[in-house]
Design a protein around this ligand. Structure first.
Ligand code: CUA
Length: 350
């Protein structure tokens, strides 16, 4: 009975892991940056010591239990003895040495990880309830999907939004395969850097309990070749929202400008509000709702009409006055906002 439930538990866990991350390999032990290699090295040392201690303790316990167990004809207490100075000194010294070694390795790693290369590209990260804003040099912004060139160090200046009606809270920036966790604290700028080494899409997640949609505060880091990154930056700088020829898309643009621009910005237009995510390059996005769904027309339509219904605590109000057709038009307009010639959907996932 017990064994069968165990097998089931393991199977279900396996299925949950396989389905849960949507094909992402969220794993600090498969590092894609020098910083993560540094951290996982320390982790292996700690695990190694833990394994040795486990074997020694369980081994000693098994030996003692077997050696001193009651034999059939024994009566009364066995001989008693107290204290063994040599043993006590040994088992005090060994953990002390282990702690010193772990301290040394950790201090060394912390030092290595904190050395920001001089040529690092600065990127500002601002955590909001419940989404992420990324600002590149020259004022280019993207929300919830951070596009980076491969093999170029990036230095993140991380903070949490203080403006607006919502109470500022602490969030935490975490991309398991690229970097450890760095808190985003209102009024304080914290930094973290890494150099992505492999092209691909990486899974990021807020790692500090911040409210109803903490679990839905995800993001992606899209690592592309330098050429592709340059193409994105050039396209982003010269970006102009297209003038729609399709009447449905034109209507979507009108509705968007009337309903959505109080909170959302579009690059190189008069609409520059920073209350909500920047939607300039929405058509390039893989996901919506801060990385919780694939960017599909159906999800987008549902999101536009009732985002708090899809994401508890979302600050975007529902728009019940919009018909499904209107929402689809807005969605079609948003999908037309993009830097042409970029497709991130074929990149491997990490
Ligand atoms: Cu933001 Cu958890």
């Amino acid at each position: 009975m017990l064994r069968r439930s165990l097998v089931w538990a393991v199977l279900l866990l396996g299925v949950a892991f396989a389905l849960g991350d949507g094909g992402y390999n969220i794993n600090i032990l498969d590092p894609a940056t020098s910083n993560n290699r540094e951290v996982s090295k320390v982790l292996w040392w700690v695990m190694g010591f833990a394994a040795i201690i486990f074997l020694v303790v369980t081994g000693a316990m098994t030996y003692i239990v077997l050696k001193f167990k009651k034999r059939g004809d024994e009566t009364g207490e066995p001989p008693q003895f107290h204290g063994n100075d040599r043993l006590e000194i040994t088992w005090t010294l060994i953990p002390f040495v282990i702690v010193c070694v772990i301290f040394g390795l950790t201090a060394r790693s912390m030092f290595v990880v904190s050395q920001v290369p001089a040529d690092a590209m600065p990127v500002k990260v601002t955590a909001h309830l419940f989404w992420w804003d990324f600002e590149y040099p020259e004022g280019i912004r993207t929300s919830n999907e951070l596009i980076l060139p491969v093999n170029r160090p990036v230095n993140f200046q991380i903070t949490s939004n203080e403006a607006g009606p919502a109470k500022p809270v602490i969030h935490s920036f975490r991309v398991a395969s690229l970097a450890g966790t760095q808190d985003a604290i209102p009024g304080i700028v914290t930094t973290r850097w890494f150099k992505p080494e492999k092209e691909g899409v990486y899974y990021g997640q807020c790692a500090e309990l911040c409210g109803a949609s903490h679990a839905n505060m995800r993001f992606r880091v899209i690592v592309v070749s330098q050429a592709e990154f340059d193409r994105f930056m050039q396209g982003a700088k010269s970006f102009q929202p297209p003038t729609p020829t399709d009447p449905a898309v034109a209507k979507g643009q009108q509705l968007f400008n009337a309903q959505c621009t109080a909170c959302h910005a579009i690059n190189n237009t008069q609409y520059q509000s920073k209350i909500g995510p920047d939607l300039s390059f929405f058509g390039n996005r893989l996901t919506l709702g801060a990385g919780i769904w694939n960017n599909t027309p159906e999800r987008l339509e549902a999101w536009i009409r009732n985002s708090p219904g899809m994401k508890p605590g979302s600050l975007m109000p529902p728009f019940p006055q919009l018909s499904a057709e209107d929402a689809r038009s807005i969605g079609a307009y948003l999908e037309s906002l993009k830097v042409e010639g970029l497709d991130f959907s074929k990149l491997p996932k990490f």
